[in-house]
Design a protein around this ligand. Structure first.
Ligand code: ADP
Ligand code: G6P
Length: 475
C-alpha cells in the first residue's frame, strides 16, 4: 500500500470530483504541463471554488503506477489536492465502470452499457480512496460537496468515516428511470451510496423524481411530498438544481476588442459565408454531432443551402479516447465531414470546418461571436453549458440557438429553436429557419434568454444548493 499522505491543511469546505480543474500532461521530453480539464463540471465549479475558499480533491488526469504522491498545490486561487490513479484504475474505474457502464446507462442507453464485475470492484476501491482523502482534509463539521457519477459511493463511505460532516452530492448528468436503472447489477449499492448525503441534487425535477421512486421501490424507504426520504432514521433531501455558467466573466471576454477582431478573422478565414453554423462539443456520442452534420449535408445535397450561404464550423474536444464507442464515433464523424467536403467543398473553401482540438476560453468566446447559429443537438444531456455560453457571448442580442429538447437546458431556454435531434427533417427545417429568421425576432428571443441567464448564473446555482444543504432538516 502507498505511504500515508502528509497531514494536509484542514478545510471547512471541500469539493470532491473525479477531475481537478487542471489536467496534467507530460510532453515527450518529460516536461510536465497543466492545462484546463475538459467538460462542463469544471466550467461550472471553477468560479464557485474561486469564490468560496476551500479544497478541491480530484484526479490530475495522469496515471501513475509508482509510489510517488503528488503534493497539494494552489492554482488560480484554488487549493487542489491531487488523487493518483494507477493505469488499472484508469482502465477499470474511469474508462470502464464510469464511462463504459454508467455514462451510457444514464444517457438513455444511446450506447450499450457494459457490465463487468472487475470494473465494479475498481469503482468501489477508488471511491473508498476518494472518501478517505475527503475525511482527512475536512475540518470538524465541514461541508463536503461530492460531484458526479464517478463518485456515487463516496457519500455513504464518507459518512461512515466522519459522521460530523455535512455532505452534499450533485449529479451533473441525467438520472435514469427505473426501466434503465434496474439493469444495473449494483443498483442498491449505488442508491445507498447516494443516500449517505444530506442533500442529493439533480439537474432536472424528473431526475429527482426518478431517484425518489427508486429509493421507495428498491430500498423500501418512505418519501414525502417535499422530496424528503426517510432512510434508516435519517432524512435525506433530493431536488433539482439546474447548473449554469459565470455569465459575467464570459461576457467580459466576448466584449473585448481583441475577441471581436479574432471573430472577424475566423469568418474571413472560412470564406465569409452569409451565415455560420457552429457546434462546440466534447467528442461524445451523446452530443448528436453526426445528426446535425447529416441534416446540413442533406440541405446542401438538395440545393436548399449553398456553401456560400452557410458553412458549418464544428469543434470537437478529444474525449475518453481509449473507450471503444468513442473511437467509433470519431471515425463516423470524420468520415461524414470528409463526405460533406468531398461533395461540396472547393479548393481552399471547405463547406465544413472540423477541428478535433481543445481551445482556450478567449478563442471559444471568439468562436461564439463568429457564429450566427449555434447548433446544440444532444440525444441526451444533463444540462449543456455550451448553449448557455453562446447566449452569454451574444451581448448585442444577435444569433439563434438551436437546442435539443433532450438537453436539460431546454427546460430553461424556452425561446431557443427546440428540436428533436432524431428527426432529421425537423433538424433541417430548424437549420433553414435559423438562417432565414427575421433579425428582430431573433433579437427578441436572445434578449429574453439573456435576461433569464443573467439571473440564473452559476453563483445562484451553488448558493441555492449550499443553503439548502446547510438547513438542518427537521424530523
Ligand atoms: P459536457 O460537460 O458533457 O462536456 P457541457 O456543454 O455542459 O458538456 O460543457 C462543455 C464545456 O467544455 C463547456 O464549458 C465548453 O466551453 C467546453 N468545451 C467544449 N469544447 C471545447 C473545446 N474544443 N475546447 C475547449 N473547451 C471546450
Ligand atoms: C461531463 C461529466 C464530468 C466530466 C466531463 C469531462 O461534464 O459530467 O464529470 O468531467 O464530462 O469528461 P472526462 O471524462 O474527461 O472527465
Amino acid at each position: 500500500d502507498k505511504p500515508k499522505r502528509r497531514p494536509a491543511m484542514k478545510s471547512a469546505f471541500v469539493v470532491v470530483a473525479n477531475r481537478l480543474p487542471v489536467d496534467q500532461t507530460t510532453d515527450p521530453d518529460g516536461t510536465v504541463r497543466w492545462r484546463r480539464s475538459p467538460g462542463g463540471l469544471v466550467t461550472a465549479l471553477e468560479p464557485v471554488m474561486r469564490a468560496n475558499k476551500g479544497a478541491w480533491i480530484g484526479w490530475s488526469g495522469s496515471s501513475d503506477d509508482g509510489d510517488e504522491r503528488q503534493e497539494p498545490f494552489d492554482e488560480a486561487g484554488m487549493h487542489l489536492i491531487p488523487m493518483q490513479l494507477t493505469s488499472d484504475d484508469v482502465e477499470e474505474y474511469y474508462e470502464g465502470f464510469s464511462n463504459g457502464t454508467l455514462w451510457p446507462l444514464y444517457h438513455d442507453v444511446i450506447a450499450q452499457p457494459v457490465f463487468h464485475r472487475e470494473w465494479w470492484d475498481a469503482y468501489t476501491k477508488v471511491n473508498e480512496r476518494f472518501a478517505r482523502a475527503a475525511a482527512e482534509v475536512a475540518d470538524e463539521g465541514a461541508v463536503v460537496w461530492v460531484h458526479d457519477y464517478q463518485l456515487q459511493l463516496v457519500p455513504e463511505m464518507l459518512r461512515a468515516l466522519r459522521p460530523d460532516l455535512r455532505i452534499g452530492f450533485f449529479l451533473h448528468i441525467p438520472f435514469p428511470p427505473n426501466e434503465l436503472f434496474a439493469r444495473l447489477p449494483w443498483r442498491r449499492q449505488i442508491l445507498r451510496g447516494l443516500l449517505g448525503a444530506d442533500l442529493v441534487g439533480f439537474q432536472r425535477p424528473g431526475a429527482a423524481a426518478n431517484f425518489l421512486r427508486l429509493t421507495r421501490r428498491m430500498l423500501g424507504h418512505q418519501t414525502q411530498a417535499d422530496r424528503a426520504i426517510l432512510a434508516d432514521g435519517r432524512i435525506v433531501r433530493a431536488g433539482a438544481f439546474p447548473i449554469s455558467i459565470d455569465m459575467a466573466e464570459l461576457e467580459e471576454i466576448a466584449r473585448r476588442p481583441e475577441t471581436e477582431a479574432r471573430a472577424q478573422e475566423i469568418r474571413d478565414e472560412i470564406g465569409n459565408p452569409d451565415k455560420v453554423f457552429l457546434g462546440i462539443d466534447r467528442l461524445d456520442y451523446t452530443k448528436g454531432i453526426g445528426e446535425r452534420i447529416k441534416a446540413f449535408f442533406e440541405l446542401l445535397n438538395e440545393g436548399e443551402l449553398s456553401p456560400e450561404e452557410a458553412t458549418f464550423l464544428q469543434v470537437a474536444t478529444p474525449s475518453r479516447e481509449r473507450v471503444e464507442e468513442y473511437k467509433a464515433l470519431r471515425n463516423d464523424v470524420e468520415l461524414l465531414v470528409g463526405r460533406v467536403n468531398g461533395a461540396h467543398g472547393r479548393i481552399g473553401r471547405p463547406a465544413m470546418t472540423y477541428l478535433h482540438n481543445s481551445f482556450v476560453r478567449t478563442e471559444l468566446a471568439a468562436l461564439y461571436r463568429a457564429a450566427d447559429v449555434m447548433v446544440v443537438t444532444p440525444l441526451r444531456d444533463g444540462m449543456n453549458l455550451v448553449a448557455k455560453e453562446f447566449i452569454a457571448c451574444r451581448y448585442d442580442n444577435t444569433g439563434t440557438l438551436i437546442l435539443s429538447e433532450f438537453a436539460g437546458a431546454a427546460d430553461e431556454l424556452r425561446q431557443a429553436l427546440l428540436v428533436n435531434p432524431y428527426d432529421v427533417d425537423g433538424l433541417k427545417q430548424a437549420l433553414l429557419q435559423a438562417v432565414r429568421v427575421e433579425p428582430r425576432e431573433a433579437s427578441r428571443k436572445m434578449r429574453a434568454m439573456r435576461r433569464y441567464l443573467a439571473e440564473h448564473d452559476v453563483d445562484r446555482w451553488a448558493n441555492t444548493f449550499l443553503e439548502k444543504l446547510a438547513g438542518r432538516p427537521e424530523l
